[in-house]
Design a protein around this ligand. Structure first.
Ligand code: SF4
Ligand code: SF4
Length: 333
């Protein structure tokens, strides 16, 4: 079978893919599978690598795939700055991480979202491009597997040249050896990601400018750190929003069931529970729970497991407006 020509390449002859994700969503593995399928099963030359800070679940992750003609050697192992295809695994990254940096006019973007392509274009202020939206989280939850397989189906479709059978064959071989019972769910999720995608071509859109890529430099480093220096932007403070750490689920508090025992507060690793001193109906001073501050919640759901009266339940985040039901921790500080 003749190898399909790469639809577009940069001046060095590469087709570049960048996946923007959160640790725990499987973007790193998706990049490996995509690269292996393209190289070993389709015949391209290429490379895959990833970039992440700590390996903690919930931190931003980037996974890169670079493809080229089999006659060309891959000599560029630097991170993808100007992707031809940009895949956004987590909608929560929008506004928290500059995910569209370097994404140029005419590119292809795949977003895991419940939004329509029209809404995504406006929300991300995308330059003229092809927009593909897929609710990979819903597919993953229904098929009971991680969302990266549905994203791979969507990426294959959006690319216009990556053979879905090459990826499916690779997934079958990789997973089938160790977890044969998961093959069927993965195949279904891949096909659903491929088929349930919503697509719109905005290549003629001239409303939003391209966002040039630039490397963010830390405010202080070894060059300018004062002696006995002060950390001016600590990693985990009241100023941070941990929403991007969640992978689709939140603990929902049911006030009518809560007995204000405080077990959830003892269990929560991020002190998300909001308690306040109040008087009960007998005039006795007590500490009452007011709810969960989702700004700091990473969705580990330990609080749901520990609650003795089911006053916290595991819920799908997109079914609720966390900004409306959030209890503000700053209120009691
Ligand atoms: S563990 Fe349950 S009952 Fe106890 S304070 Fe938390 S939500 Fe309320
Ligand atoms: S899911 Fe519960 S325990 Fe985990 S961070 Fe959120 S509030 Fe805390």
């Amino acid at each position: 079978m003749a190898l399909p020509k790469l639809p577009v390449t940069n001046e060095l002859g590469y087709y570049d893919i960048r996946m923007e994700s959160i640790g725990g969503m499987g973007a790193n593995l998706a990049g490996q599978i995509l690269a292996e399928a393209c190289i070993l099963r389709m015949g391209y030359n290429g490379v895959n690598f990833a970039s992440y800070g700590s390996e903690k679940k919930g931190t931003p992750v980037k996974s890169f795939v670079r493809l080229c003609d089999p006659a060309q050697e891959v000599t560029d192992n630097s991170p993808v700055e100007n992707p031809h295809l940009l895949a956004v695994f987590a909608e929560q990254l929008i506004g928290n991480v500059p995910i569209t940096q370097g994404f140029a006019r005419g590119g292809v973007i795949v977003v895991n979202t419940t939004l329509s392509p029209e809404e995504v274009v406006g929300k991300l202020e995308l330059p003229g491009c092809q927009v593909f939206c897929v609710d990979a989280l819903k597919i993953a939850m229904e098929e009971k597997i991680p969302l990266n397989t549905a994203m791979l189906g969507a990426i294959s479709r959006a690319s216009g040249f990556i053979d879905p059978e090459a990826i499916k064959g690779l997934i079958k071989d990789k997973i089938g050896k160790r977890y044969p019972h998961l093959v069927e769910g993965n195949m279904k999720a891949f096909d659903r990601g491929y088929n349930e995608i919503k697509e719109k071509n905005y290549c003629d859109l001239d409303k939003y400018p391209e966002v040039p890529f630039h490397r963010v430099e830390p405010e202080l480093g070894y060059v300018n750190e004062p002696i006995g220096g002060v950390i001016t932007n600590p990693g985990n403070t009241i100023l941070k929003n941990h929403a991007a750490s969640r992978v689709g689920y939140i603990p929902l508090w049911h006030e009518d069931l809560c007995i204000h025992c405080g077990d959830c507060d003892l269990t929560c690793p991020d002190h998300c529970m909001v308690f306040e001193k109040q008087t009960d109906d007998k005039g006795k001073e007590m500490v009452f729970m007011l709810g969960v501050d989702y700004q700091y919640c990473k969705g580990c759901l330990r609080c749901v497991s520990i609650c003795p009266v089911d006053a916290l339940t595991e819920e799908v985040e997109t079914d609720h407006d966390v900004n409306k039901i959030r209890a503000d921790l700053r209120r009691v500080l």
